[in-house]
Write a protein that binds this ligand. Structure first.
Ligand code: GRF
Length: 203
């Protein structure tokens, strides 16, 4: 299955996914493409190092978000992409791409959805004082951080935690949870029933 990762920044999830595939942990997955909206994203450096094709498409060149996505969609088609993995992609997708790749776009969120949606999920949970936060991998629909949930893993917040130490533990969990969710998708083991995602046992 041909996969494209979309990332805007550091790209540690992109790296974790690429490593998992390289180690043979997700059989039949091919990481074909990195798509980014930021010219200087470190994810691009990682892609170059790993020999993965990277495409930067400048959103500033388009009047509408959808036009930017149409440009991306052309490349996805050319590369025969079957699964889009959002990994720190700091743009909200429009209905155009969501519809085109319905139930074939995954996202990772650094909190237990539906709590602490938005761009600062770790910090918001930390400041709120919750005792448990975590990581969510979900399908993408038209609403932000909203689609059916595939996997969640809790992370306890300790009294002695700083925002930094919590961030580190959250990212560590992300780096195993995301490859696991991708593997389930690639193996055809995710069945969406309304808001619920059933995980089928291996045949
Ligand atoms: C992660 O915390 C992810 O949950 C969020 O954005 C961050 C991306 O980090 N959506 P990285 O670029 O993969 O290191």
């Amino acid at each position: 299955m041909n996969i494209a990762v979309f990332a805007s920044g550091f790209g540690s999830n992109f790296q974790a996914i690429a490593d998992a595939i390289k180690k043979g942990k997700i059989k039949k997955a091919k990481l074909k493409l990195l798509v980014t909206d930021r010219e200087n994203s470190f994810a691009r450096v990682r892609a170059k190092k790993m020999g993965i094709k990277d495409v930067f498409i400048d959103p500033g060149l388009f009047k509408k978000r959808e036009e930017h996505e149409r440009e991306i969609a052309k490349i996805l088609k050319r590369e025969e992409i079957e699964l889009i993995v959002l990994a720190g992609y700091m743009r909200v997708l429009t209905g155009y791409l969501v519809k085109k790749y319905r139930n074939r776009i995954l996202n990772i969120h650094p909190a237990l959805l539906p709590a602490f949606k938005g761009v600062s999920g770790i910090e918001d949970a930390f400041k709120y004082g919750v005792k448990v936060t975590g990581v969510t991998v979900h399908f993408v629909d038209e609403r932000v951080d909203h689609g059916p949930i595939i996997l969640q893993e809790p992370v306890k917040i300790r009294d002695k935690d700083s925002l930094k130490s919590l961030e580190e533990r959250i990212h560590k969990v992300e780096h195993t949870l995301y490859p696991e969710a991708i593997k389930l998708f690639v193996e055809g083991r995710l069945k969406i029933k309304g808001r619920k995602v059933e995980i089928l046992t291996r045949k």
